[in-house]
Design a protein around this ligand. Structure first.
Ligand code: NDP
Length: 241
Protein backbone atom coordinates (compact mmCIF):
# COMPACT_ATOMS: atom_id res chain seq x y z
CA UNK A 1 0.00 0.00 0.00
CA UNK A 2 1.27 3.50 -0.83
CA UNK A 3 1.90 6.01 1.94
CA UNK A 4 2.99 9.60 2.21
CA UNK A 5 6.69 9.65 3.10
CA UNK A 6 8.82 12.55 4.31
CA UNK A 7 12.62 12.40 4.19
CA UNK A 8 14.59 15.13 5.97
CA UNK A 9 17.75 16.27 4.20
CA UNK A 10 16.44 14.48 1.15
CA UNK A 11 17.81 16.65 -1.65
CA UNK A 12 21.37 15.32 -1.64
CA UNK A 13 23.46 12.30 -0.68
CA UNK A 14 21.89 9.46 1.28
CA UNK A 15 18.56 11.25 1.76
CA UNK A 16 18.11 11.70 -1.99
CA UNK A 17 18.70 7.98 -2.59
CA UNK A 18 16.24 7.12 0.21
CA UNK A 19 13.59 9.41 -1.27
CA UNK A 20 13.99 7.85 -4.73
CA UNK A 21 13.77 4.31 -3.32
CA UNK A 22 10.60 5.13 -1.38
CA UNK A 23 9.09 6.69 -4.50
CA UNK A 24 10.05 3.66 -6.55
CA UNK A 25 8.14 1.52 -3.99
CA UNK A 26 5.02 3.50 -4.89
CA UNK A 27 4.94 6.00 -2.03
CA UNK A 28 4.08 9.67 -2.39
CA UNK A 29 7.33 11.29 -1.26
CA UNK A 30 8.33 14.77 -0.05
CA UNK A 31 11.77 15.87 1.06
CA UNK A 32 13.02 18.63 3.29
CA UNK A 33 16.31 20.54 3.09
CA UNK A 34 18.12 23.37 4.90
CA UNK A 35 19.14 26.07 2.42
CA UNK A 36 20.81 24.78 -0.75
CA UNK A 37 18.05 25.86 -3.15
CA UNK A 38 20.09 24.94 -6.23
CA UNK A 39 20.50 21.29 -5.15
CA UNK A 40 16.83 21.19 -4.15
CA UNK A 41 15.51 22.45 -7.49
CA UNK A 42 17.88 20.13 -9.39
CA UNK A 43 16.58 17.20 -7.31
CA UNK A 44 12.94 18.14 -7.86
CA UNK A 45 13.34 18.57 -11.61
CA UNK A 46 15.16 15.21 -11.89
CA UNK A 47 12.76 13.21 -9.73
CA UNK A 48 9.45 15.09 -9.58
CA UNK A 49 9.69 14.90 -5.76
CA UNK A 50 8.67 18.12 -4.01
CA UNK A 51 11.23 19.75 -1.71
CA UNK A 52 10.35 21.91 1.31
CA UNK A 53 12.83 24.19 3.06
CA UNK A 54 13.06 24.41 6.84
CA UNK A 55 15.59 23.82 9.61
CA UNK A 56 15.05 20.50 11.42
CA UNK A 57 16.71 22.05 14.47
CA UNK A 58 13.81 24.50 14.88
CA UNK A 59 10.67 23.00 16.45
CA UNK A 60 8.24 25.64 15.21
CA UNK A 61 9.63 25.41 11.68
CA UNK A 62 9.19 21.61 11.77
CA UNK A 63 5.62 21.91 12.97
CA UNK A 64 4.64 24.33 10.21
CA UNK A 65 6.70 22.49 7.55
CA UNK A 66 5.03 19.19 8.40
CA UNK A 67 1.61 20.86 8.31
CA UNK A 68 2.37 22.23 4.83
CA UNK A 69 3.50 18.80 3.55
CA UNK A 70 0.36 17.19 4.99
CA UNK A 71 -1.86 19.88 3.42
CA UNK A 72 -0.31 19.16 0.01
CA UNK A 73 0.20 15.38 0.15
CA UNK A 74 -1.96 14.03 3.00
CA UNK A 75 -1.15 12.43 6.38
CA UNK A 76 2.46 11.30 6.69
CA UNK A 77 2.89 7.57 7.35
CA UNK A 78 6.65 7.26 6.80
CA UNK A 79 9.22 9.57 8.38
CA UNK A 80 12.93 9.26 7.64
CA UNK A 81 15.03 11.41 9.95
CA UNK A 82 18.13 11.68 7.78
CA UNK A 83 19.31 15.33 7.93
CA UNK A 84 22.64 15.59 9.68
CA UNK A 85 25.81 17.66 9.88
CA UNK A 86 29.34 17.39 11.25
CA UNK A 87 31.43 20.11 12.94
CA UNK A 88 34.60 18.18 13.71
CA UNK A 89 37.43 19.04 16.09
CA UNK A 90 39.20 17.55 19.07
CA UNK A 91 37.12 17.87 22.20
CA UNK A 92 39.73 19.92 24.07
CA UNK A 93 39.42 22.54 21.30
CA UNK A 94 35.68 22.14 20.63
CA UNK A 95 33.54 25.27 20.90
CA UNK A 96 30.06 25.44 22.35
CA UNK A 97 28.82 26.36 18.86
CA UNK A 98 30.29 23.18 17.34
CA UNK A 99 28.69 21.11 20.11
CA UNK A 100 25.30 22.83 19.94
CA UNK A 101 25.00 22.81 16.12
CA UNK A 102 25.66 19.07 15.90
CA UNK A 103 23.41 18.11 18.81
CA UNK A 104 20.61 20.35 17.51
CA UNK A 105 20.66 19.09 13.91
CA UNK A 106 21.35 15.41 14.62
CA UNK A 107 19.47 14.81 17.88
CA UNK A 108 17.00 17.59 18.77
CA UNK A 109 15.70 17.15 15.22
CA UNK A 110 14.33 13.74 16.18
CA UNK A 111 12.05 15.33 18.77
CA UNK A 112 11.23 18.26 16.47
CA UNK A 113 10.25 16.09 13.52
CA UNK A 114 8.74 13.07 15.23
CA UNK A 115 6.70 14.69 18.00
CA UNK A 116 4.34 16.58 15.66
CA UNK A 117 3.71 13.41 13.60
CA UNK A 118 3.48 10.58 16.09
CA UNK A 119 -0.02 11.25 17.39
CA UNK A 120 -1.42 11.10 13.85
CA UNK A 121 0.40 7.82 13.21
CA UNK A 122 -0.92 6.41 16.50
CA UNK A 123 -4.48 7.48 15.70
CA UNK A 124 -4.31 5.91 12.24
CA UNK A 125 -2.65 2.73 13.62
CA UNK A 126 0.24 2.63 11.15
CA UNK A 127 3.65 4.22 10.87
CA UNK A 128 7.29 3.78 9.94
CA UNK A 129 10.05 5.87 11.48
CA UNK A 130 13.65 5.40 10.38
CA UNK A 131 16.59 7.34 11.81
CA UNK A 132 19.89 7.58 9.96
CA UNK A 133 22.44 7.33 12.76
CA UNK A 134 26.08 6.40 12.08
CA UNK A 135 28.78 3.82 12.72
CA UNK A 136 30.41 6.59 14.75
CA UNK A 137 27.47 6.56 17.16
CA UNK A 138 28.19 2.87 17.74
CA UNK A 139 31.98 2.91 18.08
CA UNK A 140 32.85 6.57 18.75
CA UNK A 141 35.18 8.52 16.47
CA UNK A 142 38.17 10.64 17.37
CA UNK A 143 37.53 14.29 16.48
CA UNK A 144 33.77 13.73 16.59
CA UNK A 145 32.77 13.69 20.27
CA UNK A 146 29.76 15.88 19.43
CA UNK A 147 28.68 13.77 16.42
CA UNK A 148 29.29 10.44 18.18
CA UNK A 149 27.23 11.60 21.18
CA UNK A 150 24.36 12.77 18.98
CA UNK A 151 24.33 9.63 16.84
CA UNK A 152 24.45 7.38 19.93
CA UNK A 153 21.53 9.43 21.28
CA UNK A 154 19.64 8.64 18.06
CA UNK A 155 19.91 4.93 18.91
CA UNK A 156 18.50 5.39 22.43
CA UNK A 157 15.64 7.46 21.00
CA UNK A 158 14.79 4.64 18.58
CA UNK A 159 14.83 1.89 21.21
CA UNK A 160 12.58 3.76 23.65
CA UNK A 161 10.13 5.04 21.03
CA UNK A 162 9.91 1.58 19.43
CA UNK A 163 8.69 0.17 22.76
CA UNK A 164 6.06 2.90 23.13
CA UNK A 165 4.87 2.55 19.53
CA UNK A 166 4.85 -1.18 18.81
CA UNK A 167 1.26 -1.66 19.98
CA UNK A 168 0.10 0.95 17.47
CA UNK A 169 1.65 -0.79 14.45
CA UNK A 170 4.44 1.78 14.23
CA UNK A 171 8.01 0.55 13.78
CA UNK A 172 11.02 2.66 14.75
CA UNK A 173 14.52 1.69 13.60
CA UNK A 174 18.01 3.11 13.30
CA UNK A 175 20.41 2.59 10.42
CA UNK A 176 24.12 3.04 11.07
CA UNK A 177 26.00 3.56 7.81
CA UNK A 178 29.75 3.33 7.56
CA UNK A 179 31.61 5.22 4.80
CA UNK A 180 29.09 5.96 2.05
CA UNK A 181 30.22 7.53 -1.22
CA UNK A 182 28.38 10.83 -0.94
CA UNK A 183 29.93 14.09 -2.19
CA UNK A 184 31.53 14.64 1.22
CA UNK A 185 33.31 11.28 1.29
CA UNK A 186 34.21 11.33 -2.42
CA UNK A 187 35.93 14.68 -1.83
CA UNK A 188 38.52 12.97 0.40
CA UNK A 189 42.01 12.86 -1.14
CA UNK A 190 42.12 9.58 -3.19
CA UNK A 191 45.47 8.65 -1.63
CA UNK A 192 44.02 9.01 1.90
CA UNK A 193 40.99 7.01 0.79
CA UNK A 194 43.18 4.20 -0.61
CA UNK A 195 45.73 3.98 2.17
CA UNK A 196 43.81 4.98 5.31
CA UNK A 197 40.10 4.41 4.81
CA UNK A 198 39.57 1.44 2.50
CA UNK A 199 41.90 -0.84 4.54
CA UNK A 200 39.44 -0.44 7.47
CA UNK A 201 36.58 -1.85 5.37
CA UNK A 202 36.72 -5.66 4.86
CA UNK A 203 34.46 -5.47 1.80
CA UNK A 204 37.09 -3.15 0.27
CA UNK A 205 34.88 -0.36 -1.06
CA UNK A 206 32.68 2.52 0.00
CA UNK A 207 28.95 1.95 0.37
CA UNK A 208 26.56 3.50 -2.13
CA UNK A 209 23.69 5.81 -1.08
CA UNK A 210 21.34 3.49 -3.03
CA UNK A 211 22.23 0.65 -0.65
CA UNK A 212 20.88 2.69 2.26
CA UNK A 213 17.82 3.55 0.15
CA UNK A 214 17.04 -0.14 -0.40
CA UNK A 215 17.32 -0.90 3.33
CA UNK A 216 15.00 1.97 4.25
CA UNK A 217 12.56 0.81 1.56
CA UNK A 218 12.47 -2.65 3.12
CA UNK A 219 11.99 -1.34 6.67
CA UNK A 220 9.11 0.82 5.45
CA UNK A 221 7.35 -2.00 3.61
CA UNK A 222 4.82 -4.43 5.07
CA UNK A 223 7.54 -7.12 4.88
CA UNK A 224 9.54 -5.13 7.45
CA UNK A 225 6.76 -5.00 10.05
CA UNK A 226 8.45 -7.40 12.53
CA UNK A 227 11.63 -5.28 12.68
CA UNK A 228 11.43 -2.61 15.34
CA UNK A 229 13.83 -1.06 17.84
CA UNK A 230 16.70 -2.39 15.73
CA UNK A 231 20.05 -0.83 15.01
CA UNK A 232 21.05 -1.98 11.54
CA UNK A 233 24.73 -1.72 10.62
CA UNK A 234 25.54 -1.18 6.94
CA UNK A 235 29.27 -0.65 6.85
CA UNK A 236 31.01 -3.30 4.71
CA UNK A 237 32.14 -5.13 7.86
CA UNK A 238 34.03 -2.15 9.29
CA UNK A 239 32.44 -2.55 12.72
CA UNK A 240 30.66 -5.74 13.73
CA UNK A 241 28.24 -5.80 16.66
P1 NDP B 1 24.81 15.47 2.87
O1 NDP B 1 25.69 16.51 3.51
O2 NDP B 1 25.19 14.93 1.54
O3 NDP B 1 23.30 16.01 2.80
C1 NDP B 1 22.73 16.54 3.92
C2 NDP B 1 21.28 16.87 3.68
O4 NDP B 1 20.72 17.32 4.93
C3 NDP B 1 21.07 18.01 2.71
O5 NDP B 1 19.86 17.81 2.01
C4 NDP B 1 20.97 19.22 3.63
O6 NDP B 1 20.24 20.31 3.06
C5 NDP B 1 20.20 18.61 4.77
N1 NDP B 1 20.34 19.34 6.04
C6 NDP B 1 21.47 19.63 6.72
N2 NDP B 1 21.19 20.33 7.83
C7 NDP B 1 19.83 20.49 7.84
C8 NDP B 1 18.92 21.17 8.70
N3 NDP B 1 19.32 21.80 9.79
N4 NDP B 1 17.60 21.15 8.38
C9 NDP B 1 17.16 20.51 7.27
N5 NDP B 1 17.97 19.85 6.42
C10 NDP B 1 19.28 19.85 6.70
O7 NDP B 1 24.72 14.31 3.97
P2 NDP B 1 24.89 12.71 3.80
O8 NDP B 1 24.00 12.21 2.75
O9 NDP B 1 26.34 12.40 3.76
O10 NDP B 1 24.37 12.22 5.24
C11 NDP B 1 22.99 11.96 5.50
C12 NDP B 1 22.86 11.36 6.89
O11 NDP B 1 23.62 10.17 6.97
C13 NDP B 1 23.37 12.28 8.00
O12 NDP B 1 22.57 12.14 9.14
C14 NDP B 1 24.77 11.72 8.27
O13 NDP B 1 25.18 12.01 9.57
C15 NDP B 1 24.52 10.23 8.05
N6 NDP B 1 25.72 9.47 7.74
C16 NDP B 1 26.45 9.72 6.58
C17 NDP B 1 27.55 8.94 6.28
C18 NDP B 1 28.35 9.14 5.03
O14 NDP B 1 29.33 8.42 4.83
N7 NDP B 1 27.98 10.06 4.15
C19 NDP B 1 27.99 7.87 7.19
C20 NDP B 1 27.16 7.70 8.34
C21 NDP B 1 26.06 8.47 8.59
P3 NDP B 1 21.01 21.45 2.18
O15 NDP B 1 21.39 20.76 0.88
O16 NDP B 1 20.01 22.51 2.01
O17 NDP B 1 22.22 21.84 2.98
Amino acid sequence: MAHVALVTGGTRGIGAAVAKALKQAGNDVAVNYAGNDEAASRFTSETGIKAFKWDVGDYDACESGIAEVERKLGPIGILVNNAGITRDGFFHKMTRDQWRAVLTTNLDSLFNMTRPLIEGMRNRGWGRIVVISSINGQKGQMGQVNYSAAKAGDIGFVKALAQESAGKNITVNAICPGYIGTEMVRAINPEVLRTKILPQIPVGRLGEPEEIGELVKYLCSEAGSFITGSTLSINGGQYMI
